[in-house]
Ligand binder design. Structure first.
Ligand code: GLU
Length: 427
């Protein structure tokens, strides 16, 4: 295939994240021999809500925003999933992300279905006043379908604990009662859980440790490259460096990547980013192009940014032994084949980043019971759930002789299908 064709093919593969999700769904359904009726019940989201709403901006003018909330499945429990603020949000992206939440919750066996929300906006261009008003009005627009026993939002790309506080307050004010369980990832002061902020990264590092044990790769001194330096990326860097003595040799953000052969202290990168807005320019590192991070010579690669970054062409040049997907959907399905051929051990997103939603579940349980746990308790329970999920997926991959992604999807899909079968069809 010439380069133009290859680029075209990659651009096409990149186009639709929901098509990507469907591809993994079909592969897992084939593996399970799932019948057509059940496939058809699970394939598409149960509910897709699009909202257009005005927000008063700081200059007194109104701007109309578009947002979505998609509930992919409520077969195993209330719908669950984050809210993303990004200029490139599309309905198909939110549909894909919602379906990934269904399979993620099923992979770690927590009693939720899957959902996702998003607002098309550039949060970097909005001030706090505008962000708050946009968040409150968006919450009001989707409040017809969310609720502590229906659909529970959480943070995702460019949303955080403060966003959740505004959402919780808006929902509670409208209902005239304190409803902490309507969102997770809240600040501690209003019912957030200890350990939630670090949970996605902590879960990711737990599965990396299990994979390294399985592959007999020592983590001490292992060279780690991380794409994305938000909540998941930055905290993964910190945990793998502090708790396992691994060597973080490169990190990147939307402005570029930094590299140092001998590794650097990720705490310095965090401090540098807080001060300057980017990791670029960190003392003692050289700046490399952002994309180069994916193909660096390293032992562990953690994509912790957005979807579709590992295309077949990129996969061809990946040198890592382990790829741990802290981001949702970073690998396009065709790239999996390439990674398999090269013997790269991929920890799929629905397992590798499930720590976040797992501690969201703990937060919701604490909100519902009114009894709050210590951080040690949260982390110990998280470890137990994540390690069990890893072992189950590894076992399934050995049983079916498939890669970890297909094994995780099959495991998850089996649980969703089972729930649908026993519930039957209403009315
Ligand atoms: N946005 C996170 C994810 O993609 C967390 C979702 C949640 O806690 O509900 O898994």
């Amino acid at each position: 295939m010439d380069e133009t064709n290859q680029n075209q093919t990659e651009a096409q593969t990149k186009l639709n994240p929901f098509e990507m999700a469907l591809k993994n769904f079909e592969l897992a359904a084939d593996l399970l021999g799932l019948d057509t009726e059940i496939r058809n019940q699970i394939r598409l989201p149960e509910r897709e809500l699009t909202v257009h709403f005005p927000v008063k901006m700081r200059d007194g003018k109104f701007k109309v925003f578009t947002g979505y909330r998609v509930q992919h499945s409520t077969a195993r429990g209330p719908a669950k999933g984050g809210i993303r603020y990004h200029p490139d949000v599309t309905l198909d992206e939110v549909k894909a992300l919602a379906s990934w939440m269904t399979y993620k919750c099923a992979t770690v066996n927590i009693p939720y279905g899957g959902a996702k929300g998003g607002v098309i906006c550039n949060p970097k261009e909005l001030n706090d006043f505008e962000l708050e008003h946009m968040t409150r009005r968006y919450t009001s627009e989707i409040s017809c379908i969310i609720g502590p026993t229906k659909d529970i939002p959480a943070p995702d790309v460019y949303t955080n604990a403060q966003t959740m506080a505004w959402m919780m307050d808006t929902y509670s004010m409208a209902r005239g009662e304190y409803c902490p369980g309507v969102v997770t990832g809240k600040p501690l002061a209003i019912g957030g859980s200890k350990g939630r902020n670090e949970a996605t990264a902590r879960g990711c590092v737990f599965v990396i440790a299990e994979a390294a044990k399985h592959l007999q790769i020592p983590l001490k001194g292992a060279r780690v490259a991380i794409q994305g330096f938000g909540n998941a990326g930055a905290i993964s860097a910190q945990l793998i460096h502090d708790n396992y003595d691994a060597k973080v040799i490169a990190v990147s953000d939307s402005r570029g990547a930094v590299f140092c052969e001998n590794g650097f202290d990720p705490h310095r990168a965090i401090e540098h980013k807080q001060r300057t807005g980017s990791v670029v320019g960190l003392a003692g590192t050289e700046t490399i192009p952002g994309d180069a991070i994916l193909t660096l010579d390293c032992d562990i690669l953690i994509p912790a940014a957005l979807e579709n970054v590992i295309t077949p062409c990129v996969a061809n040049s990946v040198k890592a032994k382990i790829v741990a997907e802290a981001a949702n959907g970073p690998t396009v399905p065709d790239a999996d084949t390439v990674l398999d051929q090269k013997g790269v051990f991929v920890l799929p997103d629905i397992l590798a980043n499930a720590g976040g939603v797992t501690v969201s579940y703990f937060e919701w349980v604490q909100n519902n019971s009114g009894l709050y746990w210590t951080e040690d308790e949260v982390n110990a329970r998280l470890k137990q759930i994540i390690v069990t999920a890893f072992e189950e997926v590894l076992l399934a991959s050995q049983k079916y002789k498939v890669n970890m992604r297909r094994a995780a999807w099959a495991r998850a899909l089996d649980r969703v299908a089972e729930a649908l079968k026993v519930r039957g069809i209403y009315p």
